[in-house]
Ligand binder design. Structure first.
Ligand SMILES: Nc1ncnc2c1ncn2[C@@H]1O[C@H](COP(=O)(O)OP(=O)(O)OP(=O)(O)O)[C@@H](O)[C@H]1O
Ligand SMILES: [Mg+2]
Length: 677
């Protein structure tokens, strides 16, 4: 349901002081929520003299006293208040608005109210409620407005209660809400009129097809009967009121039985009936109107004897006293409500909206009061916030002090730790200043650099270690190349590096680095003998000429960068020295070297890329040269024979091999230029 005052606070779910200031009585009430539902927990009614001839001041005094007494009796403390204003002082209108954006409904309602009420917007309190959305997308709207002065007059009365207003309800609408809650209305196809006959006002509310349609105040009530009786029987108001309550009844139609009183009362009630009938006719003529088919009576006058049959006869329809408290529990503090429940219908409806959303939730609280309440609330929130902040700070101070102590302790610990390493640095540390640099820092950097150099050297050694190879396969290959009959002995086999002038990339077995001079088809330019690893940098390696560390060599001091870049040449050849019985045997051996190969553990083949043999290396030597050498076969038998005896001499020889490693079994090696044997 759309509401005009968007800032309106919902009262549902909160306890409120609920006051109905009627013409003849003041009522206070409280509903409570129990496990089984709502309960009327407090209800007090205080009647007072409602003689219209009393002046305003006297009437106010009576009301204030009654309110004070009622609150005392009900033991209700000051709190936010729901107040009701009589339908008589409220402008209400139901309208069907065209299909417009919902936010425009507010503007249209304002405009409509301004058209109907000749006061400025600052002088009125208004509200509206969308009752229904039409099939065309329009809105059935109920709008209400009241002059702020009227509300303020009612506020004067409750000043004594020091109550602050929260909701301004419209009394007949509150009664309607209550009967809906009590399920006495709200049936489809029903057109029911609620008629509340009070002391000075009679309110009509009509509901049709389960929708609020119409309300109209009639400016007459029980007081009119009292006054008529007083006048007819020459009584004062109070006496006439007493007689009315105790002995009067609505006319029965039996003139004798009704008597003069019946005639007087009948006169007033006749006027009332006529007004009701006129209102019903008017309602029938309205869009959404219709024929009222039953009446529910509330208000003090519903208690008048014979009123129900009388009105039923006069209005020609079903009339009944509204069952006001049939569907609700009544607590001990509210027993008084059972005496005259018809009079409680309005205030119960007002109390209901403190707990549940009601069907018609109009609130005519003046904007000024709303604004003041807002400011007060804001001030309260501010003061609460400030108080909360103070509390927070107050609670922070000890914990901050504690934290501070911990930080100090921690600083002391850290100082002690720093002092252990650099006592001088501790002297220079100042709180808030940048952290000073320790003198030890430079020393640490030097040590770090030295460490890095050492790590580089270790890496080089590691690399050399990884490149280290065993020569068993190569030597076995050479050994297997000997002719099958033997007659040839090796005195030494030496690994060497053979380098060539035009190096080209050569295939290497996996895990082997290409060595300088390890190539295909170039002319041999230089041979450097020695055990692999102990090398001097030269062509194809590092050109500084500095000795470098290698296996078997003494590590020297080498700059770190150079150390890392140094490549250790890997031996790629073998120099074989030996003895043979004849030059044919040597030839056989050389051929064997060229044509054979040996497969190594890694599946690659080792063979001779080049076999370099020079006749110049062949010399005759006597057998005796083998005296100190390990002997085999018949060597010993010939050791004593002399040189120069032709076949009885031995031949020395030297053969150099450039080794080659291939994945496939190789083809025989080529001959060197001078390598004919
Ligand atoms: N037992 C009774 N017999 C006849 N009339 C009664 C009886 N009790 C109360 N009344 C009448 O009911 C009227 C009061 O009803 P009610 O309390 O509903 O009115 P109110 O709320 O004080 O006034 P209003 O609503 O007009 O401001 C008075 O006129 C009173 O005389
Ligand atoms: Mg009333």
């Amino acid at each position: 349901m759309a509401r005009m005052w968007s800032g309106l606070k919902k009262t549902a779910g909160k306890k409120r002081l609920v006051i109905d200031i009627g013409t003849s009585a003041i009522r206070v009430c409280e509903l409570a929520k129990t496990k089984s539902g709502l309960e009327i927990s407090k209800y007090v009614q205080r009647e007072y003299n409602s003689d219209p001839s009393l002046d305003e001041q006297a009437r106010n005094q009576l009301r204030t006293t009654a309110l004070t007494e009622a609150l005392k009796e009900a033991k209700i403390r000051n709190r936010k208040t729901v107040l009701g204003v009589p339908g008589q002082s409220v402008f209400t209108r139901c309208r069907t608005l065209p299909p417009v954006a919902e936010f425009k409904v507010n503007q249209i309602v304002r405009y409509e109210i301004q058209q109907q009420i000749p006061f400025g917007l600052d002088q009125i309190a208004m509200d509206y409620q969308v009752l229904n959305k039409t099939e065309q997308g329009g809105y059935d709207v109920m709008m209400a407005a009241i002059k702020v002065d009227v509300v303020e007059k009612h506020l004067d009365t409750i000043k004594a209660a020091k109550a602050s207003i929260d909701t301004v309800d419209v009394l007949p609408l509150a009664a309607y809400n209550w009967l809906l809650h009590q399920k006495q209305m709200g049936q489809q196809g029903d057109c029911v009129a609620l008629i509340d006959i009070g002391a000075s006002t009679t309110d009509i509310v009509i509901e049709r097809g389960n929708q609020f349609r119409f309300t109209r105040p009639l400016n007459m009530g029980g007081n009119d009967i009292t006054i008529a009786l007083a006048e007819a029987f020459n009584l004062d108001f109070v006496s006439a009121e007493k007689i009315k309550r105790e002995r009067a009844f609505a006319p029965t139609g039996d003139l004798q039985r009704d008597g003069k009183g019946g005639e007087i009362i009948g006169g007033v009630l006749q006027r009332l009936s006529t007004e009701i009938i006129r209102s019903f006719s008017y309602f029938r003529s309205l869009p959404g109107g219709g024929q009222v088919n039953r009446i529910l009576l509330t208000g003090g006058c519903a208690r008048m004897k014979n009123i129900v049959p009388y009105l039923s006869r006069q209005l020609g329809m079903d009339v009944q006293i509204a069952p006001v408290i049939n569907n609700i529990t009544v607590g001990a503090g509210a027993a008084a409500v059972k005496t005259a429940p018809e009079q409680a219908c309005v205030i119960l409806g007002m109390a209901l909206r403190c707990w549940e959303p009601v069907t018609i939730g109009i609130n005519l609280i003046p904007p000024r009061i709303l604004e003041t309440a807002r400011r007060k609330e804001q001030a309260l929130y501010w003061s609460l916030s400030v108080a909360a902040l103070i509390l927070i700070f107050a609670s922070l101070v000890p914990s901050a002090a504690k934290e501070n102590k911990r930080v100090k302790e921690r600083i002391d610990e850290l100082r002690a730790a720093v002092r252990a390493y650099d006592p001088e640095l501790v002297q220079r540390i100042r709180v808030g200043a940048p952290v000073p640099q320790s003198e030890l820092r430079a020393q640490l950097d030097v040590r770090k650099r030295q460490l890095q150099t050492l790590v580089g050297q270790v890496d080089t050694l590691e690399k050399a270690k990884r490149q280290r190879r065993f020569w068993l396969d190569e030597f076995a290959y050479v050994n297997e190349a000997r002719p099958p009959l033997g007659q040839i002995w090796f005195s030494s086999m030496e690994s060497c590096v053979i380098e060539e002038e035009q190096p080209q990339q050569h295939h290497q077995p996996p895990g082997m680095r290409p060595a300088a001079g390890d190539d295909d088809g170039g002319t041999l330019a230089m041979q450097r003998r020695g055990f692999p690893g102990l090398q001097y940098s030269g062509a194809g390696a590092v050109s500084t000429g500095q000795p470098v560390m290698g296996l078997g060599g003494r590590p020297g001091h080498v700059p770190e960068a150079q150390m890392n870049e140094t490549a250790i040449p890997r031996a790629n050849g073998i120099i074989v020295h030996g003895f043979a019985e004849s030059d044919e045997v040597i030839n056989e051996f050389v051929k064997g070297l060229r044509s054979s190969s040996r497969q190594m553990a890694n599946t690659w083949f080792v063979s001779a890329e080049k076999v370099i043999f020079s006749e110049g290396s062949v010399r005759r030597v006597p057998w005796s040269i083998l005296n100190d050498a390990p002997t085999e076969g018949n060597i010993g038998d010939r050791s004593t024979q002399s040189v120069g005896a032709g076949q009885d001499s031995l031949f020395t020889f030297t053969v150099e091999l450039l080794l080659r490693y291939t994945a496939e079994k190789p083809s025989p090696a080529t001959e060197t230029e001078d390598g004919t044997v």
